[in-house]
Design a protein around this ligand. Structure first.
Ligand SMILES: *Cc1c(COP(=O)(O)O)cnc(C)c1O
Length: 455
């Protein structure tokens, strides 16, 4: 436990100086904050010298660990060469051009154009503005509605929080009008009594048809989906889901945007999550692992059709009036080039090599009577805690069961993340088999401890 007793402790200083987002306040009031100083491989160290294995690779992004020499060198060299420039008025850094070429090469598109932001939220927000800009320019100003799914996470700006399918956004009076949430494709939780997985998938496809008919196809600007939902609790879609819905979206000419902020750059065992599910979207949103977490950066990667349409629309009004001061930052681009190279040459193979033991570790913990479901794809996984395995009844929310598990893990030197009643694991791709074993051993011990205390 961190030192919470002294008024000048790091904990006290953090609490009196900083406003915490996405943080359970009762939890840090009782237990203190964890202030970190540095990392080694997949481990991080706090101000009191305690070491934690970070089973979440930061926030899904630190795929190469916390001290990768090649990435640090790429940053240092670029800082020395050209430490900053924008991408407005027809100017951009050479690194920015090189990264766009590289993204086109590794994308599933025959050709691609990339637009840069500083975060995943800004990239999704930018994509929505691109679709709205197209609607206006192509003489269909009413084509503005955005389709997403329950439990989706697309970010925190007013627009991307509206796309996000989480109940907490009602605290902000969101979603804005025109953001429509379809059923989350989670068979285990959303499937009805006696409904097979195939029937469930078919029902979701029917729902999509109905929503398009109800809203009017001419009012819909685009459909956004994470290939595997991440912050919703690691939810791979039900079997056949994308095969069932994509033909409907294609038939109605609704652009399909893959939000690959988590799944991009190798997390699912392919370069892109859409490749794991065998589809090519119209655009890809990338962030998080794009710079292996070593620089804030997001990217909208436009496939050829959307890129052409946007080019045409822009020509008519002279410019696309949108961009961020640090869009296409040369240091971020230099790091991303090094990160993609690392994924291509080493890390994708590591993900594939580690996936069997990751799956086995999850399956072993799923035998516990209070784990209702283990789900994963590649190196993203979750264990769902339940009070009753048969009925899938959750624990009483007041018990904060997943917070308890995560807090107990922290006490044992393992960082993992509570999400609803699930615990999320998304290890760095550089983990060794021994570190993977340590992760499951510590999590298993925490599960025993917490469930023993509850029953
Ligand atoms: C994290 C995330 C975002 C938002 O990215 P930020 O960089 O936090 O703004 C968007 N979409 C998905 C799928 C994410 O996981």
């Amino acid at each position: 436990m961190p030192d919470t007793t002294h008024p000048n402790s790091w904990d006290a200083r953090a609490k009196s100086s900083s406003f915490f987002g996405f943080t359970d306040l009762p939890s840090i009031e009782a237990r203190g904050t964890v202030v970190l100083t540095h990392g080694e491989g997949p481990y991080v160290f706090d101000t009191e010298g305690r070491r934690y294995l970070d089973a979440n690779s930061g926030l899904w992004n630190m795929i190469a660990g916390f001290d990768h020499p090649g990435l640090i060198r790429a940053a240092q060299e670029q800082y020395a060469r050209f430490p900053g420039y924008h991408a407005f008025f027809g100017r951009m850094s050479d690194q920015t051009v090189m990264l766009s070429e590289k993204l086109a090469q590794v994308s599933p598109f025959e050709s691609a154009k990339t637009f840069y932001t500083n975060s995943g939220s800004e990239a999704n927000d930018t994509m929505v503005k691109m679709l709205w800009f197209l609607a206006g320019a192509e003489g269909q100003p009413e084509r503005r509605k955005i389709l997403t799914r329950g439990n989706a996470y697309h970010g925190v700006t007013a627009v991307t929080a509206s796309m996000t399918g989480k109940p907490y956004n009602s605290l902000f009076g969101l979603p804005l009008p025109g953001f429509i949430h379809l059923t989350c494709p989670h068979y285990w939780r959303e499937g009805r009594d006696g409904e097979s997985e195939a029937e469930f998938t078919a029902r979701l496809a029917e729902e999509l048809e109905e929503v398009i008919a109800r809203e009017g196809v001419d009012t819909i600007a685009g459909f956004f989906a994470e290939p595997v939902q991440g912050a919703g609790g690691v939810i791979p879609p039900s079997a056949g889901y994308f095969d069932a819905i994509l033909p409907i979206l294609r038939r109605h000419k609704i652009p399909v945007i893959a939000d690959e902020v988590i799944t991009g750059l190798g997390r699912t065992g392919e370069m892109w999550g859409c490749e794991s599910y065998d589809f090519v979207p119209d655009a890809i949103i990338s962030s998080k692992a794009l710079t292996a977490g070593y620089f804030p950066m997001g990217a909208v990667i436009l496939g050829p059709e959307l890129a052409d349409r946007l080019q045409r629309a822009t020509r008519e009004v002279e410019e696309f009036p949108h961009g961020f001061t640090a869009s296409g930052h040369p240091v971020g681009c230099a790091i991303a080039l090094a990160a993609i190279d690392l994924v291509e040459t080493e890390l994708l193979d590591r993900v594939r090599a580690l996936t069997p033991s990751f799956e086995a570790g999850l399956a072993r913990l799923a035998e516990h009577p209070h784990i209702g479901e283990a789900r994963s794809r590649g190196l993203m996984g979750a264990l769902e805690a339940v009070r009753d395995k048969e009925t899938k009844a959750p624990w009483d929310g007041d018990l904060s069961v997943s917070e308890r598990i995560a807090n107990t893990c922290t006490d044992h030197g393992l960082i993992c993340r509570p999400l609803g009643q699930a615990v999320v694991l998304c290890p760095a791709f550089i983990m060794t088999e021994a570190q993977m074993a340590e992760m499951f051993e510590k999590l298993g011990a925490a599960l025993e401890e917490v469930f023993d205390g509850l029953t």
